[in-house]
Structure formats: structure tokens, C-alpha cells
Write a new protein. Structure first.
Length: 431
């Protein structure tokens, strides 16, 4: 039976700073894969109980740094909600549980009105930046809430984290540092009924989902040097043509190596078989299936998960059923492809416990809290706003181009200085 198990759909997309131009008006390719999958999960078509949608590079950077995301995120919310409800198999209705944005990283979480949507409690949102000086051009946002049991028990805690980590193949160490900083600084209030007054990390939860443009790359692709463009394209087509050939590339995936072999990152997380779809980055704009050869293809966009029922002794096994994990090639306005996953959670314990069930972590993982996290995040936000407003003003002066705006500012300052100097000289001559 699956009807007593919560069905979660997670979608993530780096929209390449496109703002309102970053999505087509019809989201059915991205929002409706669950409709096909649900028929394998239950006798009747089933809509997801929870839908989480994450974005990275949501809008132009100067607008994001300035905090001018309200119009874009409200437009996204209205469009996503309308599409979920339009394509729900039984015309189910949904409620926005929470939304949170920091610069270009955004997360919206919805719950079905006839279940999770009306039962959800203790909704919390958080954000943190891990760019230069803790700015938000890279970082994470999080949503946490609790769903009590039907018999009045405390129930389970759900935590969703959407992140954007440092780019470029050679910056692996920076990505690892980003992740650990997010763990230590994306802090939530104490758990319900907990005697502690200390903040908690994302790991203090019953179910945890971590997704976004994580920017991990393929190291040392088996490609000969000095190939022509046509030869390089042909080689890549061979490497990525089917499941078997892509499966061979997994051993080169930085995320897999760090998570499963070196155990330096993403402790406790599981993931679906991402090699069953093509690399999600880097595509030519406007193309369904052509890579931009300025960057080696990679699975930069990922969705990972873990639950309290998962054992640290069996890291490759999860009590969560991964019913779908795929990319959406038809989206062509970004150099990334969106990804989507449909996850069936284990049955909820219906005991009247005072504390929610919590994740069991491997012995090598001890999440630590950064005592200066609040100071750092608001230092970063202050710099975000300072740089963002300056950039925005220069863009206005340059009719959309900050570079031209800066040139116009320098020119205007020079003209003003010349006239001031001329006035001083004229005054001196008149004396």
C-alpha cells in the first residue's frame, strides 16, 4: 500500500539570470511527470502531497543583490500553483506552505489542501550566503515544517534545502567548504518539545532533501587533446549516448567521489540514478541537445535525500522509493536543464511520541553550529545591498549596461570637475 506514504515531488532549475523570461508559460513538462509515475504507485492516479520547487540564478545578479526579487518570485508562485492544480489527476488544490529567496536562490514549497496543506505546523524559513564575504551570490535557502500524526502525536519534521555552490571544475575545495558552511550556518529554531534552546542544523529533522545547482563536475574526461570541434562533439555523443556509457562516467563525478568514497561531504544522503539522463550542463542557449563546448558537460544539477528510517550502516539503501529522477531537455532558455524527482517516503509512525523521529548520521558526521552565523549572514546581506544598489544605479545610467553606466559616471564626473575648475580659474582671474 502506498496511500499512507507521503509522495514528494522536487524540481530544481538554474534559469541563467533570466528573471521572468526564464520559463515557458506552460510548465507541464516539468511539473507533471508525477502524473505518469503515480499510476505505478497506486491503483488510481495520485497527485503529490508536497511539491518543492527550487531556483538558482533566478534573476539578474544586480537585481538579486538589491533584493528586488518580489515581482519575479510572485510571478513564479502564481504560475507554478496554477500548473500544479491544472495537471493534478483529480484536480486537487494546493496551498503555498512557504517561500524564501536570497539573491538568486529561491525555494517554494506547496502542500495538498486535502492533506499536508491543512495539517502543516511550525513553518520556518532560513537563508545563508557563502559567496565572498558571505554574500548571497552563492548560498542556500531552507524551509522546515512539521506534520503531526492524525492521533495527536508530534509527527515528523520535513526540511528542504535549495543551494547554489561555487562553479568551475578546479574549485572542488571551495564547493566542499560551501557545503560545510551551509550546514553550520543555515540554522533553525529548536525542535518541538526539545528541552534545548540551541538552534539546530538542517540535519535535525525526520526527512531531509538537498538540491540545486551544486556545480560538481566530471574530472578528467577521457577525451584526447587537440580534437577539432566536430571530433569533440562526436566523442561527447559517444560518451553520453546511453545508460551504459554514462554509467562509466560516474567514477569521474566529483560529487560521488567526495560523498561515497572520500566521505567529505553530504553525509547520509542518497541519490537516484542520475546517469540515466544526460548531463544537465552546459547547453547552448536555444538548443535541446547541443552542448556549449566552452565547458565540459557535467551533472551539476542534483537532488538528494535521506530519512530517519535510513541506516548509516547501509549508505546505498534508502527507505525512500525514488520513483522518478530525470531532466527536462525541452527547456532551452538556460545553459542548464531542469531536473525533477518523485520520492515516496516510508510510512509515517502513528505513535504519540513527544519528539519527532530524527536522522541517524554516520559516526564520522558531527554537524557543528557556527556561533557567528547571524553576524556573517547580515554582513553578507549588507554587502549584497551596497553592491546591488550601486550596480543598479550604474545600469540606469548606462541604459541597462553597468559598464556603460560606469563610463557615463566617470565622464559626468570629469565634466563636472572641469566646470568646477573653470569656475575657480575664472574667479581667480576676476580678482
Amino acid at each position: 500500500m502506498t496511500e499512507d506514504r507521503v509522495l514528494v515531488q522536487i524540481a530544481s532549475y538554474n534559469t541563467n539570470l533570466q528573471a521572468e523570461r526564464g520559463l515557458p508559460q506552460d510548465l507541464v513538462d516539468w511539473m507533471a511527470p508525477t502524473l505518469r509515475v503515480s499510476q505505478f504507485l497506486s491503483r488510481d492516479p495520485r497527485a503529490p502531497d508536497i511539491v518543492a520547487v527550487g531556483f538558482q540564478e533566478l534573476l539578474p545578479l544586480h537585481m538579486g543583490l538589491s533584493g528586488l526579487s518580489k515581482k519575479v518570485i510572485e510571478s513564479r508562485d502564481a504560475l507554478i500553483l496554477s500548473q500544479i492544480e491544472e495537471h493534478a489527476p483529480n484536480k486537487e488544490k494546493y496551498t503555498l506552505i512557504a517561500k524564501v529567496v536570497n539573491v538568486g536562490v529561491a525555494l517554494l514549497v506547496y502542500g495538498r489542501d486535502d492533506g499536508v496543506g491543512k495539517r502543516v505546523q511550525d513553518v520556518q524559513t532560513q537563508w545563508t550566503g557563502c559567496g565572498p564575504a558571505y554574500m548571497g551570490n552563492k548560498g542556500a535557502v531552507g524551509v522546515r515544517f512539521r506534520i503531526p500524526t492524525l492521533n495527536g502525536g508530534v509527527g515528523e519534521v520535513y526540511t528542504f534545502v535549495c543551494a547554489h555552490l561555487t562553479a568551475h571544475t578546479h574549485k572542488l575545495a571551495e564547493r566542499i567548504n560551501d557545503y560545510h558552511y551551509i550546514v553550520s550556518s543555515l540554522l533553525f529554531p529548536p525542535l518541538p518539545s526539545s528541552p534545548s534552546t540551541e538552534p539546530t542544523t538542517m540535519y535535525s529533522t525526520s526527512h531531509l532533501f538537498f538540491f540545486g545547482d551544486l556545480n560538481f563536475r566530471l574530472a578528467s574526461l577521457p577525451i584526447e587533446a587537440n580534437l577539432s570541434k566536430a571530433q569533440l562533439e562526436q566523442t561527447l555523443n559517444v560518451l553520453l549516448r546511453d545508460d551504459d556509457s554514462r554509467r562509466e562516467l560516474v567514477k569521474l563525478d566529483q560529487l560521488v567521489n567526495e560523498r561515497d568514497i572520500k566521505k567529505s561531504i553530504f553525509a547520509g544522503f542518497r541519490e537516484g540514478e542520475f546517469w540515466r539522463f544526460k548531463c544537465t550542463y552546459k547547453y547552448k542557449l536555444g538548443e535541446v541537445d547541443k552542448y556549449d563546448l566552452k565547458r565540459a558537460p557535467a551533472w551539476t544539477d542534483r537532488i538528494m535525500y535521506t530519512t530517519y528510517a535510513d541506516s548509516p550502516d547501509t549508505p546505498q539503501v534508502s527507505a525512500i522509493t525514488n520513483a522518478l529522477y530525470t531532466s527536462i531537455p525541452s527547456y532551452t532558455t538556460s545553459d542548464h536543464k531542469p531536473v525533477v524527482s518523485v520520492l515516496l517516503l516510508p510510512p509515517s509512525p502513528q505513535i504519540s511520541s513527544l519528539l519527532p523521529p530524527l536522522l541517524r548520521l554516520p559516526s564520522y558526521c558531527t554537524p557543528r553550529i557556527d556561533r557567528h552565523a547571524t553576524l556573517k549572514k547580515y554582513t553578507g546581506r549588507s554587502l549584497d545591498r551596497l553592491i546591488g544598489y550601486t550596480w543598479w544605479l550604474l545600469s540606469i545610467l548606462g541604459a541597462g549596461s553597468a559598464v556603460v553606466g560606469f563610463g557615463n559616471f566617470i565622464l559626468g564626473f570629469g565634466v563636472w570637475s572641469w566646470f568646477k575648475w573653470k569656475d575657480v580659474v575664472d574667479s581667480a582671474n576676476s580678482v
